[in-house]
Design a protein. Structure first.
Lengths: 476, 156
């Protein structure tokens, strides 16, 4: 019920002296860090910190840069580490107290980007940016003693295309292309987060039909991603039969996407203020049958994994992320829930059809590779349930209704297959002045490094695949 | 995993791929030069049981030293330009370059113009495989033409 009483983004501007106190106060009141970015502005750039309440309410605390510097908040919210480093590299903003400021996006910076590691016999293993298979580009620098990982520095942003900067100046409608192509695996989630932000900015409220169509697309995206990620974990162990079994299911899920939308990744299905998606009753009957078959076969494949002792033996106690670490690092999605944190943006998605959604968490929520795999399986069955409920009637075109005033800044937040994805849009009479897309992958990369610490180097591919983060939607 | 084996025959009946009985092979080195990850996901499935590119002598190898063809996805970002060239230079002759997907082809590029460029602005391209992203069977058919030595420079 409370979900329909949506409050928009509350925005306050503070001075540098009270900025930290404001952030600290929100965090103490159980708001969590949701992102930090620079808004260039006409005179002085502002640093904006987004905070998110348990009920999904959003608050933006802005502080003008001076010099250009602002105080850091990384000690208050370690999850802001990457955001501040990105703001430094792309906008030249200094964060007083963030020492040392290691480059993140800028690969040509003179200052060192790795953490110095001292001790007896440590050595470095450099991997990437090009990897030994069909893998996105990114560089990992392992600090190792023997086979044991002391520390991992991940250097991403090899795929930085400047999508957000390129979107500035275009209309809100045109800018959808930049968001939708940031990442194929999260295309629907990212596009809906952006559409929600635009609709709030334009004073539009999604109708029931629009919410239902979008929820259907989001869960289709989650199904193929979770099937793909379960295949990837089998590949990380080296169980070819499991890899291939879940890959065939992924293929069939993508064919279902194409049957519904004409595109295997559901590209072009999300628009601001409306949906053109049509699933008539004949196609819907076919969709229901296909989903039931996929579910049955996924359940058979899952059972085969559960009873494969040598496979199961590789999963426990590998790549452990604790609930405390997850809370500190701002981990989201299945990776956070596998540590026991029952947080899922679907619980508070006011403009989607999740009804009385309750997040599932595995037991024991041990935060290791086993827990992350089982978490995906549990969420897969949940997604099939949601799709089954939504598939009870045809899908027809629907539009948003006018329900509020125009705002210059707004936020959209959607649970992607990898966790909460937040999109902030700022505009001036319908033209984008700033767009920030903070995806589940972006939020979770520091957690991969934390989970790898203390593990064996040969286990890293498995640990990495158990998170299965995108590089594309982190790098943008 | 017996269900998998039972399914395979049925699965492959749908596909219009040629007879796998051929005597040549092609070792592929994939480089993601700045994609959206769509081409990678489709390329991964091209090696899955539905399509099983290995049947045709097409395999993805772990080093440019072992490769006949450099398969490049994405527009080339500024940061990936040099690693891409290093991979190309490490390949033995004769070598081929395949550009996979509309971004690699420079079609409808999205991003800041001075951060990205088409693959053929960096390297000579022998085969262009269009699509956003190209489906696994389109990828398979294009690479098979490359094995057969037909139509270099063709856009699929």
């Amino acid at each position: 019920v409370s979900r329909d009483q949506g409050q928009g983004l509350k925005s306050i501007v503070v001075d540098a002296e009270t900025y930290r106190a404001q952030v600290m106060q929100s965090l103490a009141q159980d708001w969590s860090f949701g992102g930090l970015y620079v808004s260039p502005g006409q005179h002085k750039a502002q640093v904006r910190t987004l905070l998110i309440a348990r009920d999904g309410s959003t608050r933006l605390i802005s502080v003008a840069t001076d010099g250009p510097h602002v105080p850091t908040i990384v000690d208050l919210a370690p999850a802001a580490g990457w955001d501040e480093r990105e703001a430094h590299d792309l906008y030249g903003v200094g964060f007083i107290g963030h020492e040392p400021m290691r480059p993140l996006v800028d690969h040509n910076a003179a200052s060192p980007w790795t953490v110095p590691v001292h001790g007896e016999d440590p050595y470095e293993v450099a991997v990437g940016p090009i990897h030994a298979g069909i893998i996105e580009s990114g560089h990992f620098r392992f600090h190792v003693v023997g086979d044991r990982i002391l520390h991992l520095d991940a250097r991403l942003f090899y795929k930085h295309r400047g999508l957000e900067q390129a979107a500035q100046g275009s209309t809100l409608t045109e800018a959808m292309a930049y968001v939708a192509r940031a990442c194929a695996a999260c295309a629907v989630s990212n596009a809906i987060a952006y559409a929600h932000a635009c609709e709030e900015a334009l004073g539009l409220v999604p109708s029931h039909g629009l919410a239902r169509a979008r929820t259907f697309l989001l869960e289709l995206e989650r199904v193929w991603n979770h099937l793909n990620d379960m295949s990837a974990i089998c590949a990380g162990v080296g169980l070819a039969a499991g890899t291939n079994r879940f890959a065939t299911l992924t293929e069939r899920a993508r064919r279902l996407n194409a049957r519904i939308s004409g595109h295997r990744f559901l590209f072009g299905t999300v628009h601001i203020g409306a949906t053109k998606l049509v699933i008539d009753s004949d196609v819907m009957a076919e969709v229901r049958t296909t989903l039931a078959t996929l579910r049955r076969e996924a359940a058979i494949s899952w059972r085969e994994l559960l009873f494969n002792a040598s496979f199961q033996d590789r999963l426990p106690d590998v790549g452990v992320l604790t609930a405390d670490q997850a809370r500190q690092l701002g981990t989201v999605g299945p990776a956070a829930r596998a540590t026991g944190l029952a947080e899922d943006a679907r619980s508070t998605s006011r403009h989607l059809s999740y009804l009385d959604f309750r997040p599932v968490t595995v037991s024991p929520a041990s935060g290791d590779v086993r827990a992350r795999l089982e978490q995906r399986a549990a969420e897969l069955w949940q997604s099939f349930d949601i799709l089954d409920r939504l598939a009870d009637a045809p899908v027809t075109p629907a539009a948003a209704t006018v329900g509020g005033g125009v705002r210059s800044a707004a936020v959209g937040r959607v649970e992607s297959p990898r966790g909460a994805t937040t999109c902030v849009v700022e505009h001036d009479r319908g033209r984008v002045t700033r767009l920030r897309l903070r995806t589940g992958s972006y939020a979770n990369w520091p957690s991969v490094a934390a989970a790898a610490t203390g593990n064996l180097l040969p286990d890293f591919p498995l640990i990495n695949k158990s998170f299965e983060l995108c590089y594309a939607c982190a790098d943008r | 995993m017996l269900t998998l084996l039972r399914d395979l025959r049925r699965i492959r009946r749908d596909l219009a791929l040629p007879d796998p009985d051929r005597r040549r092979s092609l070792a592929i080195r994939h480089v993601d030069a700045g994609s959206c990850n769509g081409c990678e996901h489709e390329l991964t499935l091209a090696s899955s049981p539905y399509y099983d590119l290995q049947r045709f002598g097409l395999g993805v190898v772990a080093s440019p030293r072992h490769a006949d063809v450099l398969l490049v996805t994405g527009a080339v970002t500024r940061a990936m330009r040099e690693p891409l060239l290093i991979a190309y230079r490490a390949m033995p002759e004769p070598r081929r370059v395949a550009a996979l997907g509309d971004c690699a082809l420079g079609r409808g590029l999205l991003g800041t113009p001075d951060l990205i460029e088409a693959v053929d602005a960096v390297l000579g391209v022998d085969i262009y495989i269009a699509g956003c992203p190209p489906t696994p069977d389109v990828i398979a058919q294009a690479l098979l033409r490359l094995i057969d030595g037909t139509a270099p420079g063709h856009i699929y």
